[in-house]
Design a protein around this ligand. Structure first.
Ligand code: SF4
Length: 238
């Protein structure tokens, strides 16, 4: 089959006018996308190292504007010194700041971690709560963080984690036209079966890191290529 290569320096082409939103969201296409993603990333899981829901919550707060690899470098010492919410609640903000400095935005993150620890101790008996409503009252836990904790630590699919990769890929794949994480999540929750919400996020995050990277997606080696109609493609067979 003849293939067409687009230049990597070319401006992103607009989405094909022949495609319609309805076609992008056809159940057969969604099913095929999910099937290929699951086949490509059968063991996709959260890359933040953690032993408890509390450690995952803290690691997720630290991961804002920071790589998971960097977070994984600071958390062992942080949890060695302050292993529980109670210990963290009693820590001085300066001590937390010093340990998380390299993750960036460390003053705000230390404030969130300290506030989260205090609330979890005072309101939830020292245990990270298991419901979205309760989690959203914890400092530093916005909806994305709450979805990570519920999905990964408690295997509860309350929503879809929408980070920078999930947002970018969902748009490239025509699953949404929205631009905010909240609205993208609402769209994804309508079209992805609930029992795939947790794995779907992990798979898309892995795909976004390894293949569908932001600046120059590796379309020639992408398992979704012939069902992807993005104007950002660097290579196409269709
Ligand atoms: S074909 Fe290219 S743009 Fe589409 S999902 Fe694959 S890597 Fe991303």
């Amino acid at each position: 089959m003849p293939v067409k290569k687009t230049t990597s320096t070319a401006k992103s082409a607009p989405r094909s006018s022949k495609r319609t939103r309805k076609a992008d969201l056809a159940p057969e296409r969604i099913e095929e996308l999910l099937r290929r993603l699951a086949a490509a990333y059968p063991n996709a899981e959260c890359a933040l190292i953690h032993r408890t829901p509390w450690e995952l919550l803290v690691a997720t707060i630290l991961s804002a504007q920071c790589t998971d690899a960097r977070v994984n470098m600071v958390t062992p010492e942080l949890f060695r010194q302050f292993p529980t919410p109670r210990a963290m609640a009693e820590a001085s903000p300066a001590a937390i700041e010093e340990l998380i400095r390299t993750t960036g935005f460390y003053r705000n993150k230390a404030k969130s971690i300290s506030g989260a620890a205090k609330r979890i101790v005072s309101e939830f008996g020292g245990k990270v709560p298991r419901t979205m409503d309760e989690l959203l009252t914890v400092p530093g836990a916005a909806r994305k963080t709450a979805n990570v904790v519920l999905g990964v630590a408690y295997q509860q699919a309350e929503g879809v984690v929408v980070d920078t990769h999930v947002l970018r890929l969902s748009r490239r794949l025509g699953l949404t036209q929205e631009t905010t994480p909240q609205k993208v999540e609402q769209d994804l929750m309508k079209i992805i079966p609930r029992d795939r919400w947790i794995a779907f996020s992990h798979e898309l995050i892995h795909h976004g890191r390894q293949v569908c990277i932001a600046r120059k997606p590796k379309c020639a080696e992408c398992p979704l290529e012939n069902i992807c109609y993005s104007g950002d493609k660097t290579w196409t067979s269709i």
